[in-house]
Every structure is written in C-alpha cells, then in structure tokens.
Design a binder for this molecule. Sequence first.
Ligand SMILES: Nc1ncnc2c1ncn2[C@@H]1O[C@H](COP(=O)(O)OP(=O)(O)OP(=O)(O)O)[C@@H](O)[C@H]1O
Length: 360
Amino acid sequence: MTSSIAPELPPRYVPDGSIGSGGFSDVLFCTDIHLDRKVAVKTIKDLSEVARLKDEVSALMKLRSKHVVQVFDIVEGSGDSFAIVMEFIDGVDLFNLEYKNLDSIALLKLLWQIASGITDIHAANVIHRDIKPNNMKLDGEGIVKIFDFGLARNVGKDAKTVGFKGTVGFSAPEQFTLDEVYFTSAIDAYAFGATALYLATQDLPTELKGSFPPQPIPSNSFECDLLKPYPQLIKLFEQCLLHDPKARPTMSKVRDEIAKYLLFDKHQALAVINGQPHIINKDRRSAKLGLGKIGSFELSYNGLNFSLNNVAGEVYVNNMHVTGDIEIPSACVVGIGAAHRHYTERSFVTFDVSNPEVAL
Ligand SMILES: Nc1ncnc2c1ncn2[C@@H]1O[C@H](COP(=O)(O)OP(=O)(O)OP(=O)(O)O)[C@@H](O)[C@H]1O
C-alpha cells in the first residue's frame, strides 16, 4: 500500500507549496526561517523504502564536496517516518538543461565538475550507483551538484546487489543481474561515460538505452563537434564504457585529464639543478639540462604535459632508468649519473609543477 509518510516538520521549516517528485520520494521545498535560506526536504512515498532514505543520509553524512548536495538536518517522526533536510539546489538538472548554446569548453567544465564530484564520493569510500544527468543540477553560480544517493553503498562487502537497481542507459553491465553480485566504484565510471555521451550528443545509442543489459557502443558514438578537438578525451570516455570494470579509468584520472585541457598552457614548472632554477611554461617551452657526458635531457611543455625528450646517457626519473621520451609526473626527482658513481659524477633535478585551479 502506498501512503505519503512525511514526518511533521519543526516549525522552522516552512513549506513554500512546491514539491519535486521522484520514483520513490517527494521533495518539499521549504524556507528555514532560522537561517533564512531555502532547503529541500526529502521524504519517502512508501514506508517500505525507509531503508533507502536512511542509506541516502548515511552516504551523504560521509561526504563533503563542492559538487555534492549537503545535508543540513534530519527529522524523525512517529514510527519509521523520516526526512532529510538538504541544501536547496537552485537550478536545472542536466537532463533538462538547454544545450543549444553549449560550447566545447562549457561542456568540459560540466564534465570536469561531475568527475570531481564522483572523485570526492569515491574518496569517501562511497559508490553512488545512480549517476545520470537527472541526478545532477547546475546551480545559479554555474556549480554542478550531484544528489539522489538513495542507491549508494559503501565500497567493500556492502557493495552487492541481487536484481537490477539503477537506470537503464547509465548502468554498467555488471548491475544487470538476477544473482547476488558484488560491484565496485567502476560502475560510477561507466555511468560517467554514459553521462558524458548524453551531454555531448543529447542522446544515447540504442546499445545503451535500448538494451538490457547494455551492449558495447559503436566506435563513432562520441563523434561530435563539441568533442572533436579532444580525441584523447574521447578515448578516455570510451574506456569508461568498457564492459570489463577493471579496464575503466578511475574518476580521479578522468578529472585530472579533463583539467589538463581546461588549463591548456596555464601550467608552470620549476626545475632546480645545482641550485639553479629553470622555469618552463608557455613562454619558455623547454630547457636543456645535463651533467657533462654522463647524462642529459630536454624538459619540454606542450600545453598539457611535461616530458623528457632527447634523453642521452644515465638519466633516472624517481630512480627508474629512462631510455626514451617520457611524460613525467608533476612532482619528481630526475637523477643524472648511475648510483655506483662518485657523488661528484651525479646530479639531481627537483621538478615541480604549480597547480593552477580550473576556473568555472
Ligand atoms: N536538494 C535539492 N534541491 C532541489 N531540487 C531537488 C533536490 N533534491 C531533489 N530535488 C528534486 O526533487 C525531485 C526528486 O528528487 P530525487 O531524484 O532525489 O528523488 P528520487 O525519488 O530518488 O528519484 P528517482 O526516481 O530518480 O529515484 C527531482 O525533480 C529533483 O530534481
């Protein structure tokens, strides 16, 4: 039997008369008159779903992210009645956003924010399990916020399911099961891939939306004007949609790769050898460093990454021998001269990239 089971709200929460309705919940929009701000109060439609609302609050309590809705309070009524008082996100969800005027950079900013939010969720050992454009909103300040944690699970023994739970089109193949099956945070990476495809093309191929379970996507699925300048990112988004969960990238990797394009030519690195600083950035793209005939290399910046090129002799990055061109990590030590040499025949370059922030 279905009955609306909102607990009686404390008088500080004054409903403004509007309501948002989902599959299992109602969201009442109220003013918190103590703090003079709008809040969203989520209640369940059916008492049998109370566990889902409690799972949602316990996931949200672990999280602190600019890109995840914040919990302010919970309200417990008689019996099992229960409500979550959340930050009100004043904006439109990404399923219904007007995409007509979106350019490539605006799309990358949306995707970077979503990837940042999911990275924060995973860092708190939570798996969202229902990542999709309907469950994220763009607020008035241009900030994306992820909400609806009703299917969230902790990483580990808690992360198992019997029967399909999620949203067709965005759920990973391993979520389509009749048997008990464990899942990992890689299901959110898959859902991110599908979300990226939806935001870039405003559609999903039938291999995702019309198949149960989903099929591999056609190779040209991400071909569109908005993503054309970023073939490396297309490759990464395609990897998110791989059927083998272990082959999908982590969300922190996805976030960092998108950031590189948003920060194109804005990085600056400092390399210090024998007390001598060398700055490498868009104005000075490379520096040649070395120690006589023992070892030498060129440190270069292409607007996205820093790399070692023209390596000759004995050169090591974090103690690993380098023989050809390589991309280097944003903080590392480049050693010149093998370990067996006298210290007068060895030199060390400390290398650090400044961390410019993505401006939204
Ligand atoms: N914090 C919030 N601020 C503003 N609107 C919100 C907020 N949380 C939810 N909503 C809106 O309320 C409605 C229901 O929310 P939600 O998606 O959480 O419910 P649900 O029952 O879990 O949905 P689903 O059917 O996807 O499981 C949606 O239209 C959503 O956009």
